[in-house]
Design a protein around this ligand. Structure first.
Ligand code: NAI
Ligand code: MN
Ligand code: ZN
Length: 337
Protein backbone atom coordinates (compact mmCIF):
# COMPACT_ATOMS: atom_id res chain seq x y z
CA UNK A 1 0.00 0.00 0.00
CA UNK A 2 1.00 3.64 -0.38
CA UNK A 3 1.43 5.76 2.75
CA UNK A 4 2.26 9.45 3.15
CA UNK A 5 5.20 9.48 5.54
CA UNK A 6 7.00 12.38 7.15
CA UNK A 7 10.43 10.77 7.46
CA UNK A 8 11.85 13.76 9.31
CA UNK A 9 10.89 17.43 9.43
CA UNK A 10 10.44 18.80 5.87
CA UNK A 11 10.80 15.38 4.24
CA UNK A 12 7.53 13.98 2.93
CA UNK A 13 7.66 10.72 0.97
CA UNK A 14 4.93 8.51 -0.48
CA UNK A 15 6.23 5.12 0.63
CA UNK A 16 5.35 1.56 -0.32
CA UNK A 17 4.52 -0.23 2.91
CA UNK A 18 3.25 -3.76 3.59
CA UNK A 19 -0.50 -4.03 4.02
CA UNK A 20 -1.02 -4.02 7.83
CA UNK A 21 -2.93 -6.82 9.59
CA UNK A 22 -5.36 -5.72 12.31
CA UNK A 23 -4.38 -6.99 15.78
CA UNK A 24 -6.93 -8.26 18.31
CA UNK A 25 -9.58 -5.60 18.88
CA UNK A 26 -8.58 -3.67 15.76
CA UNK A 27 -10.06 -3.12 12.32
CA UNK A 28 -8.38 -2.21 9.05
CA UNK A 29 -9.88 0.76 7.23
CA UNK A 30 -9.50 1.19 3.49
CA UNK A 31 -9.21 4.98 3.50
CA UNK A 32 -11.34 6.91 0.99
CA UNK A 33 -11.00 10.53 2.12
CA UNK A 34 -8.81 12.44 4.56
CA UNK A 35 -8.68 16.09 5.63
CA UNK A 36 -5.59 18.26 6.00
CA UNK A 37 -5.35 20.07 9.33
CA UNK A 38 -2.89 22.59 10.74
CA UNK A 39 -1.33 19.89 12.87
CA UNK A 40 -0.43 17.82 9.78
CA UNK A 41 1.46 20.80 8.44
CA UNK A 42 3.11 21.34 11.85
CA UNK A 43 4.36 17.74 11.95
CA UNK A 44 5.58 18.07 8.34
CA UNK A 45 7.50 21.24 9.22
CA UNK A 46 8.85 19.93 12.53
CA UNK A 47 6.75 22.28 14.70
CA UNK A 48 4.77 19.71 16.68
CA UNK A 49 6.41 18.91 20.04
CA UNK A 50 4.47 15.62 20.40
CA UNK A 51 5.46 14.11 17.03
CA UNK A 52 7.97 11.29 16.57
CA UNK A 53 9.41 10.49 13.14
CA UNK A 54 8.96 8.73 10.79
CA UNK A 55 5.20 9.24 10.96
CA UNK A 56 2.20 8.63 8.70
CA UNK A 57 0.25 11.84 9.33
CA UNK A 58 -3.52 12.41 9.12
CA UNK A 59 -6.09 12.30 11.91
CA UNK A 60 -9.21 13.24 9.92
CA UNK A 61 -10.19 10.22 7.83
CA UNK A 62 -13.05 8.16 6.52
CA UNK A 63 -13.19 4.80 4.79
CA UNK A 64 -14.57 1.27 4.75
CA UNK A 65 -13.63 -1.59 7.09
CA UNK A 66 -12.00 -4.32 5.00
CA UNK A 67 -10.48 -6.61 7.68
CA UNK A 68 -11.06 -7.26 11.37
CA UNK A 69 -8.78 -8.61 14.11
CA UNK A 70 -9.53 -11.28 16.73
CA UNK A 71 -12.53 -10.53 18.88
CA UNK A 72 -14.10 -8.10 16.41
CA UNK A 73 -17.46 -9.07 14.90
CA UNK A 74 -17.07 -9.93 11.20
CA UNK A 75 -20.38 -8.10 10.67
CA UNK A 76 -18.26 -4.97 10.77
CA UNK A 77 -16.70 -5.80 7.39
CA UNK A 78 -17.90 -3.31 4.79
CA UNK A 79 -19.04 -0.67 7.29
CA UNK A 80 -18.45 2.96 6.31
CA UNK A 81 -16.59 4.52 9.22
CA UNK A 82 -15.04 7.76 10.45
CA UNK A 83 -12.15 7.26 12.83
CA UNK A 84 -11.79 8.99 16.18
CA UNK A 85 -8.03 9.69 16.44
CA UNK A 86 -8.09 9.76 20.27
CA UNK A 87 -6.86 6.49 21.80
CA UNK A 88 -7.04 6.31 25.59
CA UNK A 89 -6.29 3.76 28.34
CA UNK A 90 -9.78 3.79 29.90
CA UNK A 91 -8.67 3.60 33.53
CA UNK A 92 -6.51 6.62 34.47
CA UNK A 93 -7.97 9.63 36.32
CA UNK A 94 -8.89 11.70 33.22
CA UNK A 95 -10.41 8.63 31.55
CA UNK A 96 -12.41 7.90 34.73
CA UNK A 97 -13.95 11.40 34.64
CA UNK A 98 -14.91 11.25 30.97
CA UNK A 99 -11.86 12.99 29.52
CA UNK A 100 -10.10 10.35 27.41
CA UNK A 101 -8.85 13.27 25.28
CA UNK A 102 -6.33 14.04 28.04
CA UNK A 103 -5.63 10.42 29.07
CA UNK A 104 -2.30 10.16 30.89
CA UNK A 105 -1.15 7.77 28.16
CA UNK A 106 -2.92 9.55 25.30
CA UNK A 107 -2.18 8.33 21.78
CA UNK A 108 -3.42 10.39 18.84
CA UNK A 109 -3.54 8.72 15.44
CA UNK A 110 -1.41 10.67 12.98
CA UNK A 111 0.64 12.22 15.78
CA UNK A 112 1.87 9.56 18.25
CA UNK A 113 0.94 6.60 16.05
CA UNK A 114 0.59 6.20 12.27
CA UNK A 115 -2.54 7.89 10.99
CA UNK A 116 -4.86 8.07 8.03
CA UNK A 117 -2.90 9.55 5.10
CA UNK A 118 -2.49 6.03 3.75
CA UNK A 119 -4.40 3.63 1.55
CA UNK A 120 -5.11 1.52 4.66
CA UNK A 121 -4.95 2.19 8.40
CA UNK A 122 -5.38 -0.16 11.37
CA UNK A 123 -7.25 1.36 14.31
CA UNK A 124 -9.00 0.15 17.48
CA UNK A 125 -12.46 -1.15 16.51
CA UNK A 126 -14.13 1.15 19.03
CA UNK A 127 -12.57 4.20 17.36
CA UNK A 128 -14.23 3.36 14.02
CA UNK A 129 -17.68 4.99 14.17
CA UNK A 130 -20.33 3.78 11.74
CA UNK A 131 -21.61 6.43 9.37
CA UNK A 132 -25.31 6.18 8.43
CA UNK A 133 -25.99 5.75 4.69
CA UNK A 134 -27.69 9.16 4.53
CA UNK A 135 -24.39 10.91 5.37
CA UNK A 136 -22.14 11.43 2.32
CA UNK A 137 -18.43 10.52 2.25
CA UNK A 138 -17.50 14.23 2.14
CA UNK A 139 -19.53 14.95 5.25
CA UNK A 140 -18.20 11.84 6.99
CA UNK A 141 -14.58 12.93 6.63
CA UNK A 142 -15.51 16.22 8.35
CA UNK A 143 -16.76 14.59 11.55
CA UNK A 144 -13.44 15.01 13.39
CA UNK A 145 -13.08 18.79 12.90
CA UNK A 146 -16.67 19.26 14.08
CA UNK A 147 -15.94 17.16 17.19
CA UNK A 148 -13.60 19.98 18.22
CA UNK A 149 -16.61 22.32 18.17
CA UNK A 150 -18.69 19.73 20.02
CA UNK A 151 -16.06 19.58 22.72
CA UNK A 152 -15.78 23.37 23.00
CA UNK A 153 -19.55 23.86 23.17
CA UNK A 154 -19.86 20.90 25.53
CA UNK A 155 -17.82 22.88 28.06
CA UNK A 156 -19.60 26.19 27.51
CA UNK A 157 -23.23 24.95 27.28
CA UNK A 158 -24.42 27.73 24.94
CA UNK A 159 -27.99 29.01 25.13
CA UNK A 160 -30.15 30.95 22.68
CA UNK A 161 -29.67 34.06 24.85
CA UNK A 162 -25.91 34.08 24.49
CA UNK A 163 -24.02 36.77 22.64
CA UNK A 164 -21.02 34.82 21.38
CA UNK A 165 -17.70 36.21 20.19
CA UNK A 166 -15.34 33.94 18.27
CA UNK A 167 -11.73 34.89 17.62
CA UNK A 168 -10.45 33.39 14.36
CA UNK A 169 -12.31 32.32 11.22
CA UNK A 170 -10.05 29.42 10.32
CA UNK A 171 -11.47 25.90 10.17
CA UNK A 172 -11.77 25.80 13.97
CA UNK A 173 -13.59 29.10 14.25
CA UNK A 174 -15.94 28.11 11.42
CA UNK A 175 -16.93 24.73 12.87
CA UNK A 176 -17.66 26.55 16.12
CA UNK A 177 -19.83 29.15 14.36
CA UNK A 178 -21.84 26.37 12.74
CA UNK A 179 -22.33 24.58 16.06
CA UNK A 180 -23.42 27.76 17.86
CA UNK A 181 -25.90 28.78 15.15
CA UNK A 182 -27.07 25.39 13.83
CA UNK A 183 -27.15 23.30 16.98
CA UNK A 184 -27.56 25.78 19.86
CA UNK A 185 -29.48 28.52 17.97
CA UNK A 186 -27.40 31.23 19.64
CA UNK A 187 -29.01 34.61 18.96
CA UNK A 188 -25.90 36.58 18.08
CA UNK A 189 -22.58 35.18 16.91
CA UNK A 190 -19.80 37.69 16.23
CA UNK A 191 -16.59 36.59 14.50
CA UNK A 192 -13.30 38.51 14.34
CA UNK A 193 -10.35 37.80 12.05
CA UNK A 194 -7.71 39.76 10.17
CA UNK A 195 -8.59 38.28 6.78
CA UNK A 196 -11.71 39.53 4.95
CA UNK A 197 -12.05 36.38 2.83
CA UNK A 198 -12.17 34.28 5.99
CA UNK A 199 -14.75 36.60 7.51
CA UNK A 200 -16.84 36.03 4.37
CA UNK A 201 -16.58 32.28 5.06
CA UNK A 202 -17.75 32.94 8.62
CA UNK A 203 -20.82 34.73 7.25
CA UNK A 204 -21.53 31.75 4.99
CA UNK A 205 -21.31 29.53 8.08
CA UNK A 206 -23.93 31.66 9.84
CA UNK A 207 -22.09 34.47 11.67
CA UNK A 208 -24.39 37.42 12.37
CA UNK A 209 -21.66 40.06 12.48
CA UNK A 210 -18.06 39.85 11.30
CA UNK A 211 -15.31 42.28 12.23
CA UNK A 212 -11.86 42.70 10.76
CA UNK A 213 -9.81 43.51 13.86
CA UNK A 214 -6.74 44.15 11.69
CA UNK A 215 -8.35 47.32 10.34
CA UNK A 216 -10.88 48.13 13.08
CA UNK A 217 -10.83 48.24 16.88
CA UNK A 218 -12.92 45.39 18.26
CA UNK A 219 -13.22 46.93 21.76
CA UNK A 220 -14.36 50.26 20.29
CA UNK A 221 -16.97 48.64 18.02
CA UNK A 222 -18.43 46.53 20.83
CA UNK A 223 -18.46 49.51 23.18
CA UNK A 224 -20.23 51.65 20.59
CA UNK A 225 -23.01 49.06 20.31
CA UNK A 226 -23.09 48.35 24.04
CA UNK A 227 -22.30 44.67 23.47
CA UNK A 228 -20.72 42.54 26.21
CA UNK A 229 -20.23 39.00 24.94
CA UNK A 230 -21.48 36.30 27.29
CA UNK A 231 -19.53 33.51 25.58
CA UNK A 232 -16.09 33.99 24.04
CA UNK A 233 -14.19 31.30 22.15
CA UNK A 234 -10.57 31.77 21.21
CA UNK A 235 -10.01 29.88 17.96
CA UNK A 236 -7.19 32.22 16.89
CA UNK A 237 -5.02 31.31 19.86
CA UNK A 238 -2.63 34.23 20.16
CA UNK A 239 -1.50 34.63 23.79
CA UNK A 240 -2.64 38.28 23.84
CA UNK A 241 -6.27 37.36 23.21
CA UNK A 242 -7.10 36.09 26.71
CA UNK A 243 -6.65 39.47 28.39
CA UNK A 244 -8.71 41.23 25.73
CA UNK A 245 -11.44 38.58 26.09
CA UNK A 246 -11.52 39.05 29.87
CA UNK A 247 -11.87 42.81 29.38
CA UNK A 248 -14.65 42.53 26.78
CA UNK A 249 -16.63 39.78 28.53
CA UNK A 250 -19.94 40.29 30.29
CA UNK A 251 -20.11 39.49 34.00
CA UNK A 252 -20.80 35.74 34.37
CA UNK A 253 -19.43 35.07 30.87
CA UNK A 254 -17.62 31.90 29.84
CA UNK A 255 -14.36 31.91 27.89
CA UNK A 256 -13.06 28.83 26.09
CA UNK A 257 -9.39 28.54 25.10
CA UNK A 258 -8.16 26.20 22.37
CA UNK A 259 -4.56 27.30 21.92
CA UNK A 260 -1.25 25.58 22.55
CA UNK A 261 1.01 28.62 22.64
CA UNK A 262 4.04 28.25 24.88
CA UNK A 263 4.26 32.04 25.30
CA UNK A 264 2.75 33.47 28.51
CA UNK A 265 -0.53 35.39 28.47
CA UNK A 266 -0.60 38.42 30.74
CA UNK A 267 -3.90 38.62 32.60
CA UNK A 268 -5.26 40.51 35.60
CA UNK A 269 -7.06 38.36 38.19
CA UNK A 270 -9.41 41.17 39.16
CA UNK A 271 -10.85 41.19 35.65
CA UNK A 272 -11.72 37.50 35.96
CA UNK A 273 -12.91 37.27 39.57
CA UNK A 274 -14.61 40.69 39.57
CA UNK A 275 -17.00 39.36 36.90
CA UNK A 276 -16.84 35.71 38.06
CA UNK A 277 -15.85 34.64 34.56
CA UNK A 278 -15.50 30.90 33.90
CA UNK A 279 -12.48 29.94 31.83
CA UNK A 280 -12.45 26.55 30.12
CA UNK A 281 -9.90 24.90 27.90
CA UNK A 282 -10.72 22.34 25.25
CA UNK A 283 -8.42 19.79 23.64
CA UNK A 284 -9.33 17.35 20.86
CA UNK A 285 -12.61 15.57 21.66
CA UNK A 286 -14.03 13.45 24.45
CA UNK A 287 -16.39 10.86 22.90
CA UNK A 288 -17.94 13.43 20.56
CA UNK A 289 -18.09 11.32 17.37
CA UNK A 290 -21.68 10.13 18.06
CA UNK A 291 -22.68 13.70 18.90
CA UNK A 292 -21.47 15.06 15.54
CA UNK A 293 -22.87 12.10 13.58
CA UNK A 294 -26.24 13.00 15.15
CA UNK A 295 -25.82 16.68 14.15
CA UNK A 296 -25.13 15.56 10.56
CA UNK A 297 -28.08 13.18 10.54
CA UNK A 298 -30.36 16.03 11.64
CA UNK A 299 -28.82 18.46 9.12
CA UNK A 300 -27.84 20.96 11.84
CA UNK A 301 -24.38 21.62 10.35
CA UNK A 302 -23.11 21.82 6.77
CA UNK A 303 -19.50 20.71 6.24
CA UNK A 304 -19.68 21.65 2.52
CA UNK A 305 -19.30 25.28 3.53
CA UNK A 306 -15.77 24.55 4.79
CA UNK A 307 -14.48 22.31 1.99
CA UNK A 308 -12.63 24.44 -0.56
CA UNK A 309 -10.30 21.96 -2.32
CA UNK A 310 -9.75 18.26 -3.00
CA UNK A 311 -6.58 16.60 -4.34
CA UNK A 312 -5.61 13.04 -5.18
CA UNK A 313 -3.25 11.83 -2.46
CA UNK A 314 -0.36 11.65 -4.96
CA UNK A 315 -0.43 15.47 -4.95
CA UNK A 316 -0.28 15.77 -1.17
CA UNK A 317 2.72 18.12 -1.24
CA UNK A 318 0.87 20.60 -3.47
CA UNK A 319 -2.18 20.24 -1.27
CA UNK A 320 -0.30 21.00 1.96
CA UNK A 321 1.58 23.91 0.37
CA UNK A 322 -1.64 25.46 -0.90
CA UNK A 323 -3.21 24.96 2.54
CA UNK A 324 -0.23 26.67 4.20
CA UNK A 325 0.15 29.57 1.76
CA UNK A 326 -3.36 30.53 0.78
CA UNK A 327 -5.38 31.26 3.91
CA UNK A 328 -7.57 33.61 1.85
CA UNK A 329 -8.92 30.93 -0.48
CA UNK A 330 -8.31 27.72 1.48
CA UNK A 331 -10.21 26.29 4.34
CA UNK A 332 -10.54 22.50 4.43
CA UNK A 333 -8.45 20.66 1.83
CA UNK A 334 -9.32 16.98 1.29
CA UNK A 335 -7.18 14.14 -0.05
CA UNK A 336 -8.79 11.31 -2.01
CA UNK A 337 -7.41 7.77 -1.86
P1 NAI B 1 -5.96 28.84 11.26
O1 NAI B 1 -4.57 29.33 11.40
O2 NAI B 1 -6.44 28.39 9.93
O3 NAI B 1 -6.97 29.98 11.77
C1 NAI B 1 -6.66 30.93 12.71
C2 NAI B 1 -7.34 32.23 12.28
O4 NAI B 1 -7.16 33.19 13.32
C3 NAI B 1 -6.73 32.82 11.01
O5 NAI B 1 -7.76 33.04 10.07
C4 NAI B 1 -6.08 34.12 11.49
O6 NAI B 1 -6.17 35.15 10.53
C5 NAI B 1 -6.88 34.44 12.73
N1 NAI B 1 -6.21 35.25 13.73
C6 NAI B 1 -4.92 35.17 14.15
N2 NAI B 1 -4.68 36.07 15.13
C7 NAI B 1 -5.84 36.73 15.33
C8 NAI B 1 -6.24 37.76 16.21
N3 NAI B 1 -5.39 38.29 17.10
N4 NAI B 1 -7.50 38.20 16.16
C9 NAI B 1 -8.39 37.65 15.30
N5 NAI B 1 -8.07 36.66 14.44
C10 NAI B 1 -6.82 36.22 14.45
O7 NAI B 1 -6.11 27.67 12.32
P2 NAI B 1 -7.30 26.65 12.71
O8 NAI B 1 -7.04 25.35 12.06
O9 NAI B 1 -8.62 27.28 12.55
O10 NAI B 1 -6.96 26.47 14.25
C11 NAI B 1 -7.04 27.57 15.13
C12 NAI B 1 -6.26 27.33 16.39
O11 NAI B 1 -6.83 26.28 17.12
C13 NAI B 1 -4.79 26.95 16.18
O12 NAI B 1 -4.00 27.72 17.07
C14 NAI B 1 -4.71 25.50 16.55
O13 NAI B 1 -3.49 25.15 17.14
C15 NAI B 1 -5.84 25.38 17.54
N6 NAI B 1 -6.45 24.07 17.57
C16 NAI B 1 -6.84 23.60 18.77
C17 NAI B 1 -7.49 22.41 18.87
C18 NAI B 1 -7.92 21.92 20.19
O14 NAI B 1 -8.47 20.83 20.27
N7 NAI B 1 -7.73 22.67 21.26
C19 NAI B 1 -7.76 21.57 17.68
C20 NAI B 1 -7.36 22.19 16.45
C21 NAI B 1 -6.72 23.39 16.41
MN1 MN C 1 -7.81 18.36 12.80
ZN1 ZN D 1 -6.47 7.07 30.39
Amino acid sequence: MKSIVIQQPNTLVIEDRPLPTPAAGEVRVKVKLAGICGSDSHIYRGHNPFAKYPRVIGHEFFGVIDAVGDGVDTARLGQRVSVDPVISCGHCYPCSVGKPNVCTSLVVLGVHRDGGFSEYAVVPAKNAWVIPDAISDKHAVMVEPFTIAANVTGHASPTEQDVALIYGAGPMGLVTVQALKGVYKVKQVIVVDRIDERLAMAERSGADWVINNGSQSLPALLEEKGIKPTLIIDAACHPSILQEAVTLASPAARIVLMGFSSEPSQIVQQGITGKEISIFSSRLNANKFPVVIDWLTKGLIDPDKLITHAFEYQHVKDAIELFEKDQRQCCKVLLTF
